[in-house]
Ligand binder design. Structure first.
Ligand code: UDP
Ligand code: MG
Length: 309
């Protein structure tokens, strides 16, 4: 078999009309050095004509392909659509907003040629990123590391190269709460990191609101770990023993000292405290029950409206 390997590049896009042309311009010199490639854009229900821009590019380059989802399904679902339809011997996923520099694609391919099956990228600490985003991201990785059983590398994003073997495994995974950063780590294979300096977003603003980020972080943790559930057991024990010791003290104070019982203040405080803890744990439990409920429906991760492959 002497055929040259096919390299797929998958780019989920949500309202990226301002970035497509520039992205393509920056990708072109790199793509031209590849013997065979396909450039697969996944339009995640954009409302700003992103799909039309891709279709226009497509008339000049037959390697460009476009999948249009029926509505906005979210970044991870769009990525899954791309992985499911990519044909390459390896698949590189990246963002459309040029935060993931195309220049390092050759480095990813080099590692792949050395035999690595997962080449993930790690962003160097970015001074331009807002303080809030940097510290929330740091906090998330710390928390995720403590709570879940898969290893998450700080500064990783969905900018990575996957060998066909890994893509085929990932295609089989169609859980409702996709979190590829965790899944890719979970599947194993020979992995290596490439470090890079993140660019600023070229045009538009981030589609990840803090709400979406929080949802992704929560989903990242609860999809990979049941430790929060175990935590509630320990917390329960801890608080029960605190309450127990306090009870002993109350009996002691009543029997051997002349202090009157402190009265309602301590009672109310402890009732409120325990009530609060119970509510938190109920919420944790609810999160998992709810996930089971959604997962049980086995709905597809995305729906395709139109394929231009
Ligand atoms: N994206 C998507 N669907 C969404 C949100 C984002 O396909 O619902 C795409 C977006 O077009 C971009 C990538 O996912 O290519 C990362 O999104 P963004 O740049 O907004 O995230 P950030 O870089 O702020 O984490
Ligand atoms: Mg971005």
């Amino acid at each position: 078999m002497s055929e040259q390997p096919l390299v797929s590049i998958v780019i989920p896009c949500f309202n990226e009309a301002g970035n497509i042309t520039e992205l393509y311009a920056q990708l072109t010199p790199i793509l031209q050095q590849l013997p065979r490639y396909e450039l697969l854009f996944v339009d995640d229900g954009s409302k700003d004509g992103t799909a039309d821009m891709v279709l226009k590019l497509k008339t000049g380059n037959e390697h460009i392909k476009l999948l249009q989802l029926s509505r906005n399904f979210g970044h991870q679902a769009a990525l899954k659509a791309g992985l499911d339809h990519a044909l390459g011997d390896c698949v590189i996923s990246m963002d459309a907003d040029l935060q993931h520099p195309p220049e390092i694609i050759p480095d990813l391919l080099k590692k792949w040629n050395e035999g690595y099956e997962v080449v993930f990228t790690q962003r160097e600490e970015d001074k331009n990123l807002s303080w809030m985003k940097r510290s929330t991201s740091k906090l998330f990785y710390k928390l995720a590391q403590k709570l879940s059983s898969v290893q998450l590398h700080p500064g990783t994003a969905d900018f990575r190269l996957l060998d066909r073997a890994v893509v085929d495994v990932l295609k089989e995974l169609d859980e409702s709460y996709l979190f590829y950063r965790g899944l890719v780590s979970w599947v194993g294979f020979k992995q290596v990191a490439v470090r890079y300096q993140a660019n600023d977003r070229f045009a538009g603003s981030s589609n990840y609101t803090y709400r979406k980020m929080l949802a992704l972080a929560l989903s990242g943790i609860t999809s990979f770990s049941i430790r929060p559930l175990q935590l509630s057991i320990f917390l329960g024990f801890f608080i029960a023993s605190l309450a127990g010791s306090y009870g002993i003290y109350v009996v002691y104070a009543f029997a051997f000292t002349d202090q009157a019982l402190p009265g309602w203040a301590s009672t109310t405080a402890s009732v409120l405290f325990i009530g609060g803890v119970q509510l938190i744990m109920l919420g944790v439990l609810g999160e998992y029950v709810g996930k089971g409920f959604i997962e049980g429906k086995r709905r597809p991760n995305y729906i395709i409206r139109r394929k231009d492959l």
